[in-house]
Design a protein around this ligand. Structure first.
Ligand SMILES: Cc1ncc(COP(=O)(O)O)c(C=O)c1O
Length: 394
């Protein structure tokens, strides 16, 4: 890539990202192109964002038309795009109301605030704890870092937000023991994305639902990574018999523009009163115009493609000798590889061969656009198989 760009980045950007040596310039469907004209099959979708593919024509049209109409207004006024997306989300998810934020972390902050306000209103300050899971990831703000159940995120930035208790996923006894008279909510990802793409057991999710139902504890599901069709349904929780009180989404909702949403169920639909929460950019009309297009494509045809391509990928990946295990749901897949192989080296070698993939902890992670076809799956698996075989040869 262009070394001058790399040096300028190093000079002027905060040193927070370990970027790969690729400068991307264009995107179209499942393909992205770098500054030297090299094409890549994009099995990252910008970390689970561009589910409908890059520069998806109806999305480009809707957002650019909206830009020409009005690019922004404050939340002191009404706009049609925000009401349209909210209505579509509520009807599709069987939730009551929506608060719009700009990212996953912000959506989770909103969810945590809504849950704490419920505890304040109903339990007058007696309930102060939210149970989250070890190996979870809920965002990078101080409170969502505190919610995140991974110790290495709990350093450098003290003091963290109190009020979070972390328990081992899929351990029923530990969960039951952690629930006390102080517990106000239980918050989980149905599939732990950053934690390695590990789905929770359906029986465990059901146990959480039962505890929440019996003790009036709020069930918060973070669908920031697993939502918007990624797992073969609008939200992953819909594949289980669950009725969360609060659901968060972001990433794929915008397909490339920043938007997050907190979906509020009947217990908490009126918990926020005027002035309790807000955001300058939340419900931005251009982002909402894009999200409206995304919502219009959330249908059985797309979900069925996600499930079929997910199955094909999983089956073919399992045939690669260096692949030890494939976990996930739909097109959210984590691949455990031979421990002698370094996942980041694999990503770099895939880049060389024209395939973009991700890591999650020591695993490989695939989050391709939801619109991929068999030829994309086959090409990606062929490149990955070659790369893994080369890594073993050294
Ligand atoms: C499950 C989950 N929650 C929250 C977040 C944070 O989202 P954002 O980076 O948009 O703030 C992420 C990001 O990866 C995520 O995977």
């Amino acid at each position: 890539m262009n070394n001058v760009l790399k040096m300028r980045e190093h000079t002027y950007l905060a040193n927070t990202y370990n970027r790969f040596d690729v400068a991307l310039k264009y995107g179209n469907g499942v393909t992205v192109v770098d500054d030297e004209g090299k094409e890549y099959l994009d099995f990252t979708s910008g970390i689970g964002v561009c589910g409908l593919g890059h520069s998806f024509e109806p999305w480009v049209k809707a957002t650019t038309n909206q830009l020409k109409d009005i690019e922004h207004t404050s939340n002191l006024f009404y706009t049609e795009p925000m009401v349209d997306v909210a209505e579509k989300l509520c009807k599709a998810a069987k939730m009551e109301k929506v608060f719009f934020a700009n990212s996953g972390a912000e959506a989770n902050e909103g969810a945590i605030k809504a849950a704490r306000k419920y505890a304040f209103d109903i339990y007058k300050g007696d309930r102060t704890e939210i149970i989250t899971l070890k190996n979870s990831f809920h965002g990078r703000t101080l409170t969502t870092l505190s919610a995140t159940g991974q110790d290495h995120f709990h350093q450098f930035f003290d003091p963290f937000t109190p009020g979070f208790v972390h328990v081992e996923p899929n351990n029923f006894d530990e969960l039951a023991n952690a629930v006390t008279s102080k517990t106000l909510a239980i918050m989980v990802e149905v599939v732990q994305g950053e934690g390695g793409v590990i789905p929770l057991a359906g029986t465990y999710l059901q146990a959480i639902q039962d505890i929440c139902d019996h003790k009036d504890i709020l069930f918060i599901i973070d669908e920031v990574q697993s939502g918007m069709g990624r797992t073969g349904s609008l939200f992953a929780y819909m594949q289980y018999d669950l009725k969360p009180d609060i659901v968060t989404t972001a990433k794929g909702l915008g397909n490339g523009l920043p938007i997050g949403a907190v979906l509020l169920g009947d217990k908490v639909e009126d918990i926020f009163e005027k002035g309790d929460h807000g955001s300058t950019f939340g419900a931005n009309p251009v982002a909402c115009a894009g999200a409206n297009v995304v919502m219009d494509y959330m249908n059985e045809k797309l979900y069925s493609n996600v499930l079929q391509m997910g199955d094909r990928l999983t089956t073919k990946l399992k045939e690669i000798p260096q692949v030890i295990q494939v976990d996930g749901l739909g097109l959210m897949l984590g691949i455990a590889i031979d421990p002698s192989i370094n996942a980041r080296d694999v990503v770099n070698a895939c880049i060389e061969k024209g395939l973009l993939i991700l890591t999650a902890k020591d695993r490989l992670r695939l989050l391709p656009p939801l619109v991929i076809s068999e030829k994309h799956v086959d090409k990606a698996v062929a490149i990955l198989a070659d790369v893994l075989a080369d890594q073993v040869k050294g």
